[in-house]
Design a protein around this ligand. Structure first.
Ligand SMILES: *Cc1c(COP(=O)(O)O)cnc(C)c1O
Length: 394
């Protein structure tokens, strides 16, 4: 595995000063039997859908002498149709992964002299992409600050061994409208990033928070809904707030529920004026003909590709139940992963799991690890390894 390399602090190259000493994104890509560290979908693309994509690609290849449709019109129509909510193609925008879409947003609405704000712990790439576009990043906090409301008391668990209180307890990572508004009014950012369901904590935001944030800021509000297809029933999408709100942007991806992380297709829905702004910063022809074709065929087979979501939700709920019965404190999850709190020494547990062939994510939160819901077999391997790791700790 190539280790994450940091930039030489005294560079011999005339690198931008704000990049000196920065560390590139470096989630490990280790060749282990059970990879549950980057929230990929463990189910491969079903053979019939794979065949349909291959056939469409084969048809497109002779035409690769021409540049792709710069406006990816057919794909935008397909995305609008998939999302519903009466969205029109002019409201859709896509890129090579939602990461590129987020970069377009920051290029158009952020940049030198501007600020973006998120509420940590949240998606690590929001600040990283901000830094790449020379947008200053402001770290807001989720509901753990001194002014945060008291933590709801869960019922006692007599079977669980007593462990020191950790931020993993119920509700500790909740972001309330009040806390968000207070921090935004203080910082007055040009962009606000909300992540719902939130990575790495797993829980979806109440739309009341999005509404309150939109009302208290003059800036752009991005709601990153990468995991929305896994949300618990009754979790509304911020798409429902789009009508009449030109500063709201909702981003989505085909990397998670659609099991197409390798295809690189992310998208957003917003006011058509937002797409006009993004057109100013995207590279012409940024979406290859092959990407456009593959994504369109995938969308045409959406129910088939999304069939795996139900079983991943089952495995996610199994992880929550399993971790709870081991005396740990999993966060409530609306995603295809679970943040597990209550670990005595998360690094030891991480290493123990890795020794057992299971790769999870150390997200840098004390006493916590994040694990992706895998296939039933992968999830069993994780839960077994977790149980044996805790046994050894005792
Ligand atoms: C995985 C993830 C994405 C997806 O990024 P892509 O570039 O579309 O693969 C976006 N946002 C969050 C919060 C994620 O966890």
């Amino acid at each position: 595995m190539p280790a994450a390399t940091s930039c030489d602090p005294t560079p011999r190259l005339p690198i931008r000063p704000d990049l000196v000493g920065r560390v590139p994104y470096g989630a490990p890509q280790l060749d282990v039997p059970v990879r549950l560290n980057t929230n990929e979908n463990s189910h491969p693309v079903p053979p019939d859908v794979a065949a349909a994509i291959t056939a469409a690609l084969a048809q497109a290849v002779p035409g690769l002498n021409r540049y792709p449709d710069r406006e990816f019109t057919a794909l935008r129509q397909a995305l609008a149709h998939y999302l519903g909510h009466d969205l029109r193609a002019e409201q859709l925008w896509a890129g090579n992964g939602s990461n590129e879409v987020l970069q377009h947003i920051l290029q158009a609405f952020g940049g030198p002299g501007r600020t973006a704000m998120g509420f940590t712990p949240a998606y690590s790439l929001h600040p990283l992409i901000a830094s790449g576009t020379s947008t200053a990043w402001i770290d807001g906090l989720r509901g753990q600050g001194p002014e945060a409301p008291p933590r709801p008391q869960g019922p006692p668990r007599p079977e669980a061994p007593r462990r020191p209180q950790t931020p993993g307890s119920l509700g500790a990572f909740e972001l309330t409208a009040q806390a968000a508004v207070r921090q935004i009014e203080r910082a007055d950012p040009d962009l606000v990033f909300l992540c719902s369901p939130n990575n790495p904590t797993g829980t979806a935001l109440d739309l009341e928070v999005v509404r309150a944030v939109l009302e208290c800021t003059r800036g752009i509000v991005v709601v990153d809904e990468a995991y929305t297809e896994f949300a618990r029933p009754g979790t509304p999408s911020a798409l429902t707030l789009l009508p009449g709100r030109a500063r709201l942007i909702v981003t989505r991806t085909m990397s998670k529920a659609f099991a197409l992380a390798g295809a690189r297709l992310g998208y957003l829905a917003a006011d058509p004026a937002v797409c006009d702004a993004l057109r100013l910063v995207r590279l012409p022809y940024h979406l290859s003909s092959l990407t456009q074709v593959a994504a369109q065929v995938a969308l045409a087979h959406a129910p088939r590709l999304l069939a795996g979501v139900r079983s991943l939700i089952e495995q996610r709920d199994r992880i929550v139940a399993g971790a709870t019965s081991l005396g740990l404190s999993p966060e409530p999850s609306d995603a295809n992963f679970v943040l597990i709190g209550g670990l005595t020494d998360e690094r030891r547990t991480f290493e123990h799991l890795l020794d057992a062939g299971v790769l999870v994510r150390d997200v840098g939160l004390a006493h916590h690890l994040r694990v992706t819901a895998g296939t039933e077999e992968e999830t069993t391997a994780f839960l077994d390894a977790l149980a044996s790791s805790l046994q050894e700790d005792r």
